[in-house]
Design a binder for this molecule. Structure first.
Ligand code: GLC
Length: 717
């Protein structure tokens, strides 16, 4: 049991005294005060840095437990003991959810909550107090190696999906740890690079998901990122952490550094780091955690009177506050893992996150329509769960595309396989495999090509050839292993070819997309991904995913490359594009993307009607009707964009400010109602350093993609 006598007395005091939240809160704070008074300085220092690979120190004498943490954002990572030695048993196999970008592609806030519930329940069952997710960093460039873990190029979509996720985790009595704060939008030189970014871009683009995590979801922990922002390390940053996160946003939880992100004792003490985690400055396997910046050197600094002990007390207060809400609350259900229910959530997220990009009357396949279907591509059999870096999951199982397609094809259809290409360290093209696949394609009734990206060539190491991988960025969006030529040859051999792309971002499409009648973006769809893909291809599921990022053809077309810098030079990267990230840039420059933000097809059709705007007490209530005009049940995402007309300052053409997903039978209609608060019309004014909403005319736009606005009406503020 984690609580000793002292603690249980304190908890008893709180529980019997607390009739409602405010009493409980006062009780907790007074309880924390009494605990802090009992602690020695040494015991306090012991709590503000790592005590092992994934724990921070406790105080056994007072019954204060260690805080136990675990990666990652889409599944509870395998056990590492206390010294980074991965367990070889299978007791730590877990539910491998679709990765963050697939979750965001569902645009389903309730699914975000269910997703977080699975993570929280599985973390709890494995004895964890904090799950190190969600990752909410904005997709600034499609080359960022960790985009697969993140959510969107748009702060509103990222915020809404993060809030559901965090509530799901924390309703299990576990803490979420939203990461990486802040502006960690590349992997190249991530531990040293200095991000030069305007306050307005921070406020409007890079910080909103963190703000929402604090203000709307009450997140208990925030992970400071490795990089610098405007000259100071982000994980101990006077402006970003003390002023913005803790003061302005009112964050009362714990700032945990990324592993070995702390670079200076005094800054970590004074500029907001509450717990220093890491491994680089300790020698495994006999680590010396007292060598941490917030260990002996912090103790010495306080003893010399250079930093007031109250600074340490504030860190302890935050840690105990979170502990009393979770690991020390003593009132948690046991948690479960690898349950059928969790696996069903994984399936649901994949089904709703896969995006149908193109379909010229090929999908869905009708039952028994084809006698032989050929599946081509190593990604149809490649298991992704252990790749990607710290977000890796030792999945209980992983249904590949080939397995799913075989399962759902039906008894009268033979599903054949030709590898077509294989991952190699030198990205070479295997002409023999390609020729065999092309030959087989010509004989099949239909072909499903499964390609795109992988995480890293050898999933047991983090070096070598890697694409969607922590610690590395892609160098371009060109299809690897000769897939582009292979797709064109296969399409020529068989016009009934569907291309399925996996990965954490798009690929270059211009040279092949016109040659195939159907394209699906499957991201990394998790352990049930193969089943979800097959259910969509065979029509059991109607796809409803929408792109959470703009698909352009080459990385150079994106603003981070065309205007800003990526990944920068001399350990400095300029976000010169400012707020013009993603569709904000393509709209402003009037550039045509390959597929726009918010885009995704369905097997049925939808109409939008009856737009009605009501302005009352500072809010704008937006209502409209969505109708399923087709023959198949399906889901549509009604997206609300606000477009300032003739703004007084430089502003995006439009910005996503609301969305709602509705599920409709053929002919059925649903009423959409979205409420816009005043800040939905605002922008951050750097001169006055505050949010402003100018009077003027704004167009309210409703559509099913940022480039397919179906209803609009102007209002004046
Ligand atoms: C890594 C990652 C972070 C992860 C942590 C622990 O460096 O940046 O996302 O949670 O270390 O593995």
């Amino acid at each position: 049991m984690k609580n000793t006598l002292i603690l249980s007395i304190l908890i008893m005091m709180a529980s019997c005294g607390s009739k409602h939240i405010s009493t409980e809160k006062v009780n907790d704070e007074s309880k924390i005060d009494s605990l802090i008074q009992l602690m020695t300085l040494e015991e306090k220092i012991h709590m503000i840095h790592a005590s092992s690979s994934f724990t921070s120190g406790g105080v056994e004498r007072l019954g204060i437990p260690e805080l136990v943490m675990s990666d990652g954002p889409h599944g509870v990572r395998m056990e590492h003991g206390r010294d980074w030695t991965p367990d070889k048993t299978d007791k730590d196999m877990a539910t491998y959810l679709p990765t963050g970008i697939c979750l965001a592609s569902t645009w389903n806030k309730n699914l975000g909550y269910q997703y977080g519930s699975v993570l929280g329940s599985e973390a709890k069952a494995r004895g964890k107090d904090i799950i190190l997710g969600p990752g909410v960093n904005i997709i600034r460039s499609p080359l960022n190696g960790r985009n697969f873990e993140y959510l969107s190029e748009d702060p509103h979509l990222a915020s809404e999906m993060a809030v559901g996720y965090i509530k799901g985790v924390q309703d299990q009595g576990i803490s979420a740890c939203v990461k990486h704060y802040a502006a960690n939008n590349q992997e190249t030189e991530r531990t040293k690079v200095d991000v030069i970014v305007s306050e307005r871009a921070l406020r409007e683009i890079y910080l909103p998901a963190f703000k929402a995590s604090v203000e709307k979801a009450g997140v208990n922990a925030v992970m400071g990122s490795y990089n610098k922002v405007n000259g100071q390390y982000s994980t101990h940053h006077q402006h970003l952490i003390n002023q913005v996160l803790k003061q302005e946003f009112g964050f009362d939880g714990i700032v945990i550094s990324d592993w070995s992100a702390v670079k200076d004792t005094r800054e970590a003490l004074l500029y907001g780091t509450d717990i220093e985690m890491g491994t680089d400055i300790v020698q495994l396997p006999n680590p010396d955690y007292d060598a941490f910046f917030l260990a002996d050197s912090a103790l010495a600094m306080v003893k010399r009177g250079e930093v007031d002990e109250k600074v340490v007390d504030e860190k302890i207060r935050r840690i105990l506050r979170v502990m009393l809400k979770t690991s020390m609350s003593g009132t948690k259900s046991p948690g479960q893992f690898n349950t059928a229910e969790h696996q069903q959530t994984a399936l649901k997220v994949a089904e709703e996150g896969i995006v149908l990009l193109k379909n010229e009357n090929l999908l869905p396949f009708k039952p028994n329509q084809f006698k032989t279907i050929l599946v081509v591509g190593n990604n149809a059999v490649y298991k992704q769960a252990l790749g990607g870096g710290s977000s890796q999951v030792k999945a209980l199982y992983e249904i590949t595309a080939l397995e799913g397609l075989k399962k759902y094809a039906g008894p009268n259809t033979k599903v054949l396989f030709a590898e077509g290409y294989i991952p190699t360290n030198d990205l070479s093209y295997d002409i023999k495999l390609a020729d065999e696949a092309v030959l087989a394609a010509g004989k099949a009734d239909a072909v499903i090509f499964v390609g795109g990206w992988i995480h890293n060539y050898d999933q047991t190491v983090w070096d070598g050839t890697a694409f969607d991988m922590e610690g590395k960025d892609k160098t371009n969006l060109k299809l690897i292993y000769g897939q582009e030529e292979l797709i064109n040859r296969i399409a020529k051999a068989n016009p009934k070819t569907t291309v399925v792309l996996m990965g954490g971002s798009n690929v270059e499409m211009k040279n092949w997309m016109k040659n195939v009648p159907a394209i699906l973006q499957a991201w990394y769809p998790g352990m049930e991904g193969g089943n979800a893909l097959a259910k969509i291809i065979f029509g059991e599921t109607n796809p409803s995913g929408k792109l959470p990022m703009t698909f352009a053809n080459t990385h150079n077309e994106y603003p981070s490359h065309a205007v800003g810098e990526f990944p920068g030079k001399d350990l400095r990267v300029s976000y010169a594009e400012g707020i013009y990230v993603g569709y904000r840039y393509f709209d402003k420059q009037n550039l045509e993307p390959v597929y726009p933000f918010g885009y995704g097809l369905s097997y049925t059709g939808f109409s939008f009607s009856n737009l009605k705007l009501t302005q009352k007490s500072g809010q704008v209530v937006v209502e409209c009707t969505v109708t399923n005009t087709g023959k198949m049940a399906g889901a549509e995402v009604a997206q609300l964009y606000v477009a300032p007309l003739n703004p007084l300052v430089d502003r995006p053409v439009k910005e996503l400010k609301g969305f709602e997903k509705v599920y409709l039978k053929p002919g059925e209609s649903a009423g959409i109602k979205l409420v816009l608060e005043n800040e939905a019309f605002g922008y951050f004014d750097e001169k006055s350093h505050q949010w402003k909403t100018d009077t003027g005319t704004y167009e309210i736009q409703m559509g099913n993609s940022s480039r397919n606005i179906l209803l609009k009406e102007s209002i004046s503020l």
